[in-house]
Design a protein around this ligand. Structure first.
Ligand code: FEO
Ligand code: CA
Ligand code: CA
Ligand code: CA
Length: 661
């Protein structure tokens, strides 16, 4: 007989009050320290961070990058292999999503002008990507092991392989790899995933940050190519906010202009855009292994890729969100059944499970049922007869997964962010952070606007929060579903929780939030192995009252939210009611930050989370040293006048106990 399911844990800490302090505030009895921050050297031979932006561009290939985001802990054995149950020694993989607006990695911010300084851009290219750092915990605390042979940077210039069905596609051909089998760099790595065999997944989200396209480029392309480019947000004459392509004619810079400039795609970088938007696998235990862009998981603004617990003999399953307004939720099901003997086999296991399988997109029905629609060439009209975009083959379907999902009539969501699978019952949760493109049921939608639907049921005006009122679904919600035991294409869903201010009207504060647990714009999401759910916020609607935060929850199950998931923004829609016993604020971050990324050691005694972009809204004065935040320096010294930096924070209990209980 199957073992009885473990009991849900009980929240056992005192809720942290909302605040606007320039500090990480944790519950009484807890303590924080900084593991690493922007610019810290991973190896010996480079100087420590100097708070003046003088670090060389080249040194960022060996320093911690900027914009800390998704991350994962991999236990490290004494022989340097994956040890899933190890808590006092591990490899922490951290995404470095982007270079944060104060540009604290340069001497005086970003140089003015639309033509970028080459040294600055080179530094920014190396400050993106992923860091792998060895971490050790002992009586003195938890610290990075500087100089570890595992310490590694993957940047926006690192060589990577394409694998899976789109490998070798003409749509991936570039001057760098005429055969479309390789590319360089991973960019704008937002959330993440991990695999049951012990590798890291990093996911490419807002890659349009660094990709431009020239005026007049449409005339050099087929109508089909133009349709693909427009659907992925890159119309002609669209310039990226970073203007990397203006820094020089060298390949390092020119490749960010995704325009047709030569006779064939093998001689220019018109396909640069198609080389981003993927899930990338990195083996943290093999620093020399080439990362792989696993094309079977589709191309879109990947937030992350979260595995369901692996079951011997069953396919390996990953859930993924496309974080843009009115985009979709996907799942990938491997062809190969799981075999625990593959743990530790690195990229070879990745090829086995991630290069062959089926990609699906979600459709949420109003009656609480749902369907996974298959994105396979030749099925469901995904072929050359599709009028909006005629598909050539499976590689084309994956490179243009959004257009395939459009054809199938998948449900357009309120910005799918992080997912998490409840280890106690297998139910899947996903944050829908907010959506300014929802309009009232009575309105006539224009452009990309949509009316509410059952799974995205809210339209309201957030008159209380934020510096200005926001309309649509400004506070977001969390949806969840239970897979059908008998069918890979069916599920049942409800809405778990609605974001709101505690003092909002009852038809906005649908989950009954109070001062101990009210929040807005859920983004990061994580189930720890005990079944405690962690919710992180990246908010712009409630930041007049409080900085972004992380909450702990003990959720119930699908169905607790009630059957009335009717559309229309009315009070008939209920998330499960949240009480102080089931949802409680665990921490509040420093000013102008987002709380993102979470990892916990297997013994649940050390928690890692990331503070991204503290001080991003301020207008820095580099001479007087005035910033919107002085964190992390402000954590130890309230009078500190140092540059704000994204960083990884370590949280422990002073009594050494388990986090959250
Ligand atoms: Fe980088 Fe979807 O947040
Ligand atoms: Ca995010
Ligand atoms: Ca976000
Ligand atoms: Ca943000």
């Amino acid at each position: 007989p199957a073992p009885a399911p473990a009991a849900a844990p009980k929240l056992g800490f005192t809720a942290v009050a909302k605040n606007k302090n320039d500090l990480v505030t944790v519950p009484e009895g807890y303590q924080v320290s900084i593991l690493h921050a922007l610019g810290d050297p991973l190896h010996f031979g480079d100087e420590s961070w100097k708070d003046d932006g003088s670090e060389s561009a080249d040194s960022y290939q060996r320093r911690v990058g900027d914009g800390h985001d998704g991350m994962h802990w991999f236990g490290l054995s004494d022989t340097g292999t994956y040890q899933a149950d190890r808590s006092d020694r591990g490899l922490l993989c951290v995404n470095h999503e982007y270079v944060v607006a104060p540009y604290g990695l340069h001497p005086a911010g970003r140089s003015a002008g639309a033509t970028r300084n080459a040294a600055e851009v080179e530094k920014e290219i190396y400050a993106h990507g992923v860091s792998v750092a060895e971490v050790k915990r002992d009586a003195a605390g938890t610290a990075m092991v500087r100089g570890s042979r595992f310490n590694r940077r993957v940047t926006s210039a690192t060589v990577m392989d394409f694998t899976g069905p789109a490998r070798g596609s003409a749509l991936l051909a570039t001057k760098f790899s005429a055969g479309g089998t390789q590319t360089r760099g991973t960019n704008n790595n937002c959330a993440n995933g991990y695999t049951p065999w012990g590798t890291y997944l990093t996911c490419e989200e807002n890659y349009l940050n660094v990709i431009s396209r020239a005026a007049g480029d449409d005339a050099k392309r087929s109508a089909k190519e133009v349709a693909g480019l427009n659907r992925y947000g890159l119309p002609q004459n669209r310039k990226s906010p970073y203007f990397w392509e203006t820094a020089g004619t060298a390949d390092l810079f020119a490749r960010w202009d995704s325009s047709a400039t030569a006779a064939t795609a093998a001689d220019d970088y018109r396909n640069t855009i198609n080389t981003f938007g993927w899930v990338v696998e990195i083996d943290p235990f093999a620093p020399d292994a080439t990362p792989a862009k696993r094309t079977a998981l589709g191309r879109f603004n990947h937030e992350g890729a979260w595995p369901a617990p692996a079951v011997a003999g069953k396919p390996v399953v990953f859930y993924m969100g496309d974080d843009s307004r009115n985009e979709y939720i996907y799942k990938f099901v491997s062809k190969a059944p799981w075999d625990a003997a593959d743990v530790g086999k690195g990229m070879a296991a990745g090829a086995k499970y991630l290069d062959e399988g089926t990609l699906y997109v979600a459709k949420f029905h109003a009656d609480g049922s749902g369907e996974w629609l298959e994105l396979t060439f030749g099925k469901n009209g995904l072929d050359a007869t599709n009028a909006a975009y005629p598909f050539a083959d499976q590689g084309d379907v994956l490179i243009h997964a959004r257009l395939a999902a459009d054809k199938l009539g998948a449900t357009k969501m309120d910005r799918p962010e992080w997912g998490a699978v409840n280890p106690l019952n297998g139910e899947v949760y996903m944050t829908l952070t907010n959506n300014s493109n929802r309009v009232a049921n009575t309105a006539t939608p224009t452009g990309s606007q949509l009316k509410p639907d059952a799974a995205n049921p809210r339209y309201y005006e957030d008159v209380k929060g934020g510096s200005t009122s926001q309309k649509g679904n400004p506070n977001g919600h969390i949806i969840r579903w239970r897979e059908d035991a008998a069918s890979v294409t069916k599920f049942a869903w409800d809405i778990y929780l609605f974001g709101a201010q505690a003092d909002a009207a009852a038809d906005v504060n649908l989950s009954g939030l109070t001062d101990v647990n009210d929040f807005s714009s859920p983004d990061g999401l994580h189930f720890d192995k005990r079944g405690m759910l962690w919710v992180q916020t990246d908010d712009g609607a409630y930041t007049d009252i409080t900085n972004c935060m992380m909450l702990a929850a003990v959720p119930g199950k699908v169905g607790d939210g009630g059957a009335a998931n009717a559309a229309g923004g009315t009070s008939t829609i209920k998330g499960a009611n949240a009480t102080a016993d089931t949802l409680r604020r665990f921490l509040v971050g420093p000013r102008e930050c987002e709380i993102t990324g979470i990892a916990m050691t297997p013994d649940s005694k050390t928690l890692f989370f990331n503070v991204q972009h503290p001080g991003e809204d301020g207008t820095p004065d580099w001479v007087a040293k005035t910033f919107g935040s002085y964190w992390p320096a402000s954590q130890a010294d309230a009078a500190a006048k140092k540059r704000p930096r994204s960083a990884t924070v370590v949280v422990t209990r002073k009594d050494g106990g388990e986090i959250g209980l």
